[in-house]
Design a protein around this ligand. Structure first.
Ligand SMILES: *Cc1c(COP(=O)(O)O)cnc(C)c1O
Length: 455
């Protein structure tokens, strides 16, 4: 093992060095992939030297997501304390279903969950778990909503037409999960959004009323805290009033920006979060832990036991079973995704998490100001969002993003809202500085300036 760890250190040192010089890996076109790196698997073992050089080549040619040139998705950067936690969880290889197999690591997950519940303002009756990503935590929410509406559903399947509500700008995991849960994709109602991208509450209430008249069963509303394209927050307080009135489960999908709960300055965006039935967020997005680290918390832990414990209802749990987390999780064998969040949180404190969140909004302000002060740009997104959406000189966004990628300049994506397609710059890497954001625009402008023939 020690020998192998030294290979690890050697490759990682080289990667860190390389990231400074080449923040973007040279683009490997798909049709050249297998010629560029020897990925083939053979009958015989290979020499240690060959093994090492192949591995190095693979690592150095993979997209670099921790540098100041990666703005493509809703994650980025590299938080060393969180990486340390994740590396240790690989070394320990505990499975998080029982105290017997994971021991103190169970305490780690419980402390993280409890602390999140405390930050929200929930008491002893709340609980939560960690699952492999935001799509899965959203799935867990939908299952709990289904079972809360009909406690026979887990035994007999879906008996009536349950209806799910979500906005047109919500994440695509909602219809997918409707299919998984037996509720069905066709039973998802997409409610339109206002000019800012927030779900229309009037239309929502009208749709619920119509469904009730038809004899359908309104079951869950999926609210979004940070929509995937614009980074906009649905109005939780208004939605909770509607959900209470019609007895509909309220889930807040905070995969992208739910971490604003840690910020004194920005938690107003998620005002009313203590009123929801369930709330999920990805620590691997705003908090910057390695993938994946997604948490779901529920106001009433009974639902977690009812939907995910295969034998007993929570009333019959012993104290000991509270440390057997398999009773409340989606999976059986489960990797320890809590430790990386805990190592980070332990080292920087809740204040440190707040700084990480605030930094992203500060960088987004830098980007928006740059755009507003430069007439070659058009801005499409709004204040209090870390998604900065824009176009440059009316050049199609898709074209710019693709050429920047194929020429190994920058990784950035594009999105649409209404009739507009635009570049979406996400300032989610809290390790970036103001200069890195300005640098992003300079790289984009220079690339277009010096490659006019392409545009
Ligand atoms: C990213 C995202 C998800 C999905 O999370 P994964 O961890 O990628 O599965 C769900 N909802 C929203 C709003 C997201 O931005």
């Amino acid at each position: 093992m020690n020998n192998t760890l030294s290979i690890f250190n050697e490759i990682v040192s080289e990667l860190l060095q390389d990231e400074k010089i080449n923040p973007v890996s040279k683009h490997v076109p798909v049709d050249e992939l297998y010629e560029t790196i020897d990925l083939s698997l053979q009958e015989k073992p290979i020499s240690e030297t060959e093994f090492k050089s192949t591995l190095k080549s693979l690592v150095l040619k993979s997209p670099k997501t921790a540098t100041n040139a990666f703005f493509n998705q809703l994650f980025g950067g590299r938080n060393d304390k969180a990486v340390l936690g994740d590396l240790l969880s690989v070394m320990l290889n505990n499975s998080m279903y029982t105290y017997k197999a994971a021991g103190p690591q169970i305490g780690v997950e419980k402390v993280v969950i409890d602390k999140v519940c405390e930050v929200i303002g929930w008491g002893q009756n709340s609980n939560g778990t960690v699952a492999p990503g935001g799509s899965m935590t959203n799935f867990m929410a939908m299952l709990m909503a289904r079972d809360a509406k009909n406690s026979r559903a887990p035994f007999e399947g879906i008996q009536h037409n349950m209806i799910i509500y979500t906005s047109t700008d919500s994440h695509y995991s909602v219809p997918k999960n409707a299919a998984f849960s037996g509720i069905g994709r066709n039973n998802v109602r997409y409610i339109s959004v206002d000019s800012y991208g927030k779900i229309n509450t009037e239309e929502l209430e009208k749709t619920i009323q119509e469904d009730i008249k038809k004899g359908l069963v309104p079951t869950m509303l999926n609210a979004t805290a940070g929509t995937t394209v614009l980074g906009v927050f649905d109005d939780i307080i208004a939605l909770s009033t509607i959900c209470e009135k019609y007895n509909v489960w309220l889930h807040a999908d905070g995969a992208y920006c739910g971490s604003v709960i840690f910020s004194t300055n920005y938690k107003f965006l998620i005002n009313g979060i203590e009123k929801v039935d369930s709330f999920s967020f990805n620590a691997h997005k705003m908090i910057g832990t390695p993938l994946s680290c997604s948490l779901i918390v529920v106001k009433d832990k009974e639902h977690l036991y009812n939907s995910f414990s295969n034998d007993a209802s929570y009333l019959y749990q012993t104290d000991h079973d509270e440390f057997n987390l398999g009773k409340t999780s989606l999976q059986c064998g489960r990797r320890n995704d809590a430790l990386k969040f805990w190592t980070l949180w332990k080292s920087v404190g809740t204040e440190g998490l707040e700084k990480i969140v605030d930094k992203q909004f500060e960088l987004a302000d830098v980007a928006r100001n740059y755009i507003k002060n430069n007439s070659d740009y058009t801005l499409y997104s709004f204040e209090n969002s870390i998604s900065v959406c824009f176009n440059y000189k009316d050049i199609p966004a898709k074209k710019i993003c693709t050429l920047l990628y194929e020429n190994s300049k920058l990784l950035v994506g594009y999105g649409t809202f209404g009739d507009n397609e635009f570049i979406r710059l996400v300032t989610i890497n809290a390790q970036n500085k103001k200069e890195d954001i300005i640098g992003f625009f300079k790289v984009l402008e220079d690339f277009i300036e010096y490659n006019k023939e392409l545009f």
